[in-house]
Design a binder for this molecule. Sequence first.
Ligand code: XUL
Ligand code: CO
Length: 437
Amino acid sequence: MPAAFPKISKIQFEGAKSKNPLAFKHYNAKEKIEGKTMAEHLRFSVVYWHTMCGQGADMFGSPTAIRPWETGKKGIELAKARVPVFFELCEKLGAPYYAFHDRDVAPHGKTLRESNKHLDTIVDLLKKEQKRTGTKLLWGTAQLFVHPRYTHGASTSPNADVFAFAAAQVKKAIEVTHELGGEGYTFWGGREGYSTLLNTDMKREQEHLAKFLHMAVEYKKKIGFKGTFYIEPKPKEPTKHQYDSDAAACLNFLREYNLLGELKLNLETNHATLAGHSMQHEMEVAGAAGALGSIDANTGDLLLGWDTDQFPTDIYLTTQCMLSLLKYGGFTTGGVNFDAKVRRESFEPVDLFHAHIGGMDAFARGLKIAAAIRKDGRLDQFVRDRYASWNSGIGEKIEKGKVGFEELEKYMLQKGEANANSSGRQEFLENLINEFI
Ligand code: XUL
Ligand code: CO
């Protein structure tokens, strides 16, 4: 198989002064930060769906992407041709992980049996390429949203047969993820929601979703798959409302249906902003609940209201992500997964390299900046000092559960007025962050 990117060799770290667009300026895989290498902290992952299958089409325009390795191929032959190209890209980028949906890597067959056969054919190739390049599987997943059978949802479909089909598809996807040594498995409910409440029994649909996840957990245990299960929040698109709308909604769902502890969250920046939150907000919600699993690293466009899945290049964003990630102890099985696509106008193969190099460098900078802020200590100290009233006196008594409303009333009647507040110093803190950017 000739190289798909013959003019591009392995991307090297050349340092901040380099002007080479095909070199890292900040991502130095072996450089140690807070006792771990950058590679260990960031665990970069390339996605199969956008990177290999994205054709640059949009709602108004046909495909633009130039992908010479695809010329004249379709179906399973096209699927086979993409595999070595994908691993050449991962290897040249030095990205240690990848992620895929069953139907990105292999085409739909006419029946479930035929689809499974196609998948097995490609999984053999993936396994060989993983071995050849050392690239590992961050997580696998099942595509339960493109095929017309999933029009009304998969596990939340009003059609019980569709639930059964989805279950069979997820069973197989978990099996191949396990076979490929995957470190996780993601559930993103692309159509697990509704377009109108007029035709929807929400309670029943949510119960079905929970039942589906319980079956998946049970099966995972049965086959000895030790990877982490993730649920990926997104509020809308393609549906008007998705049940896993944000981190808090997911946690509440998992808690209500006794699934907390079985699934962590895979958070995506553009999903966070669609939900009206920042990515850091979502990471804090998940982190505080001990459920910060993995991140789909991308960004939206503030002037566009949909999921644009752009590569992350904003240093403030990556700094915030890394501040929260380091605060909660970093990844275990998760990673920085570039669920991002090149723009329709960026149609040449080399654009795939520019995109990933930029994302990796932006996260490397975010990591270095966040580590420097932590080492400096002023931000942490400020937050600690802000809550000092809870360390002794009445605050300590409240936290320890030693007082109730009656004692607090007595305390305040005696005192007459609460102690004065201190300034929140938002501008001071924003300036402090800028010292490090
Ligand atoms: C869709 C999305 C998915 C999931 C995996 O917005 O993010 O690609 O990451 O199904
Ligand atoms: Co995603």
